[in-house]
Design a protein around this ligand. Structure first.
Ligand code: FAQ
Length: 329
């Protein structure tokens, strides 16, 4: 179902000798830490890799509204409802900044949307899991936004200017999102027996899918080497996953909740936690479209797009009338 829309090099890294003079000068700029801007020359693979990553990122923000949106009408208090509404609205904004950043690379918003709807582009695996209880909203804020921040903070230093700048604002907002999630978890973990059990259950279900957000292990990561040479990615998938575990385990301990991993242990020598890998077979199945909610999520996006056709048609008709009026003046 999910063939990739655009392939980056996929052929391994070019040595300096193999690079054309233009590619060599481009790599020098990257190595010197310069930002690449939309009108600058760039290798086609760099452009295509960015379109793939930024587009996938944008789609994730948009599809990511669905699991949380599921709880807006059922939030336990008016205050929680307002906060969740604002958070979901922020995610829509993040999607828009990212689509704009992708557009600077010469791809249209319609092309990206079409690629998502026909399964040629991906969105984050995490959003194919259901939100069964209110505690899941806490777990998403705490773990999913926590993982998103861990991945996105380094992306503020990514080599492509428009992407790096979009990340600055997104990261600020994601920090609030993470706090609201942790705040929900604190309330639940310190609540009644039933609430505590709900919080533990949410952690049990979201732990491994959150670890999967960082992508396959480094040995299976197709794009990391080239993306890191181009400074599109700053860290490998495993580096970020480790940082996330190191940050999150003490937070779970503070909540009095148990990470669902019997092999989790702190290694004093390395200063890092050792942990079990997620089930990579499950991860690749989700990527193929076979996760618990893939069909539902994509179906909801396609329906929203079709239902909104009259709004787009109306806006286009208005724009045509408006420009005709200006031309006649
Ligand atoms: N899900 O070679 P790599 C958020 C694919 S934002 C689906 O390692 P790469 C905010 C990958 O595309 C969350 N597919 O790939 C929020 C490739 O397939 P392809 C989104 C995945 O690109 C919170 C193949 O596997 N964040 O959550 C995933 O170098 C709460 C091989 O992998 C971003 O997108 C996955 N988890 O590294 C919203 C951050 N992982 O395309 C609402 C930007 C890998 O060749 C509520 N993206 N794949 O067919 C990145 O940093 C990178 O793209 C990675 C993957 C790290 C995700």
């Amino acid at each position: 179902m999910y063939a990739q829309m655009v392939k980056s090099t996929g052929k391994g890294l070019k040595s300096r000798k193999e690079m054309t003079p233009e590619e060599g000068r481009f790599q020098d700029r990257i190595d010197a830490g310069e930002k690449i801007e939309p009108k600058d020359w760039m290798p086609d693979g760099y452009r295509q890799t960015l379109i793939r990553q930024i587009g996938q990122h944008a789609h994730s923000e948009i599809v990511g509204q669905l699991p949380e949106g599921n709880w807006i009408t059922r939030a336990p208090t008016l205050s929680r409802k307002l906060i969740l509404l604002a958070k979901v609205q922020d995610e829509a904004g993040h999607g828009l900044y990212l689509y704009c950043a992708a557009e600077t690379l010469g791809v249209s918003r319609d092309e990206l949307t079409e690629a998502l709807h026909t399964g040629r582009m991906k969105y984050s695996s995490i959003f194919n899991y259901p939100t069964l209880t209110w505690a899941d909203i806490g777990a998403i804020g705490w773990l999913v936004d926590g993982a998103a921040i861990m991945n996105q903070v380094p992306l503020q230093r990514t080599s492509y200017g428009p992407y790096a700048r979009a990340m600055v604002r997104i990261c600020k907002e994601e920090s609030f999102h993470q706090r609201q999630g942790y705040d929900i978890m604190m309330k639940m973990a310190n609540g009644t027996e039933a609430q505590r059990a709900m919080a533990q259950d949410a952690l049990n279900r979201f732990w491994y899918p959150s670890l999967m957000m960082f992508g396959p292990s480094d040995k299976d990561s197709v794009h990391s080497a080239q993306s890191m040479a181009w400074k599109i990615k700053i860290n490998t998938n495993d580096e970020l996953r480790q940082k996330f575990v190191d940050q999150t385990v003490p937070q779970a301990e503070y909540l009095g909740l148990t990470i669902p991993d019997n092999d989790l242990k702190y290694n004093k020598k390395t200063g890092h936690y050792e942990f079990s890998d997620p089930d990579w077979t499950e991860f690749f199945e989700v990527l193929k479209g076979n996760g618990p909610c893939n069909r539902e999520r994509l179906g909801a996006r396609v329906k929203a797009w079709d239902d909104g056709a009259w709004v787009r048609d109306g806006l286009m008709a208005h724009a045509v009338k408006h420009s005709a009026k200006i031309a006649a003046e």
